[in-house]
Design a protein around this ligand. Structure first.
Ligand SMILES: [Zn+2]
Length: 277
């Protein structure tokens, strides 16, 4: 990967800020296959909901300011999301944690963003794209994702978690075709199919923090990664592909001693809030 090619040269001088987009309440069975199961010992287990953070990343990079994901639309609970989806994935503070407010907390505005990278186009990740409607801001997305998102949103097939009104805008799409592509020094976008066909992770080499993998929704929670527990069926497009993507991230962890962050893990919050450089 990047580091081996750059032997002897300093790593990129980039800084990553956590952009807090609020919290989704959902049954952990969506995140982890068989999370809560009845048994002889526990015939009626509690089926509570967990609080899953939603976040974006603001990357100050020598090439420009990069935004990783755009979170939920502020009207998620006011009709922008289908009510059946919102009932199960309650992003109760989407309105107050809108993109502009959250970026303001790290002293940026959408007008400062030079590039957007979409890990995928699910409704809790693509809901701020309307802010870039009609602009020239490049928006990176994997071709498998863009195709699946339109297919899902415009037909009764595919997945329910895409809302056309999130991504069907006049956007400067930059379509990624490769299994791994580099568009910014020391940042690699890697294709991680499984949760969706076109999910991408972001791998970055930083001076102070070393190699970091933002795995996006390949892993909702730490147990998906650490215990190799697949996502629940509704959030898993292809289980075999998911396991292959898991092994790919495990290899990055072994080879580069990479730190791995999940898409919605409360346990990651403290480290993420601290930022990286
Ligand atoms: Zn997702």
């Amino acid at each position: 990967m990047i580091r081996t090619e750059n032997v002897g040269s300093p790593m990129v001088d980039a800084e990553i800020h956590f952009v807090d987009r609020g919290t989704i309440r959902a049954d952990p069975n969506f995140a982890i296959e068989g999370h809560t199961v009845a048994s002889i010992d526990d015939p009626s287990p509690d089926r509570g909901r967990i609080e899953a953070p939603v976040y974006n990343l603001l990357i100050e990079h020598p090439a420009g300011t990069i935004l990783w994901d755009t979170g939920s639309h502020p009207d998620a609970g006011d009709g922008h999301w289908p009510s059946e989806i919102y009932a199960e994935f309650e992003h109760y503070d989407a309105h107050e944690r809108d993109l502009e407010t959250a970026l303001g907390e790290v002293e940026y505005g959408t007008e400062d963003i030079d590039y957007v990278i979409q890990s995928h186009l699910h409704l809790d990740h693509a809901g701020g794209l309307y802010r870039f409607d009609g602009t020239n801001t490049p928006v990176f997305v994997h071709h498998e994702e863009l195709k699946h998102a339109y297919y899902s949103a415009k037909t009764d097939e595919g997945s329910d978690a895409y809302v056309a009104a999130d991504f069907d805008h006049d956007l400067n799409w930059q379509v990624i075709y490769g299994d791994r592509e580099t568009h910014f020094e020391d940042i690699e976008l890697i294709h991680l199919p499984g949760h969706t066909p076109g999910l991408m992770g972001l791998v970055i080499d930083l001076e102070n923090d070393g190699t970091i993998v933002f795995a996006g929704d390949e892993f909702y929670l730490r147990a998906n990664f650490e215990k190799r527990r697949p996502l629940g069926g509704g959030l898993l497009w292809d289980k075999r592909a998911w396991f292959e993507s898991l092994r790919r991230i495990e290899e990055l962890q072994r080879r580069y001693d990479a730190k791995v962050f999940c898409g919605h893990a409360p346990d990651d919050l403290e480290a993420l809030r601290g930022g990286f450089s």
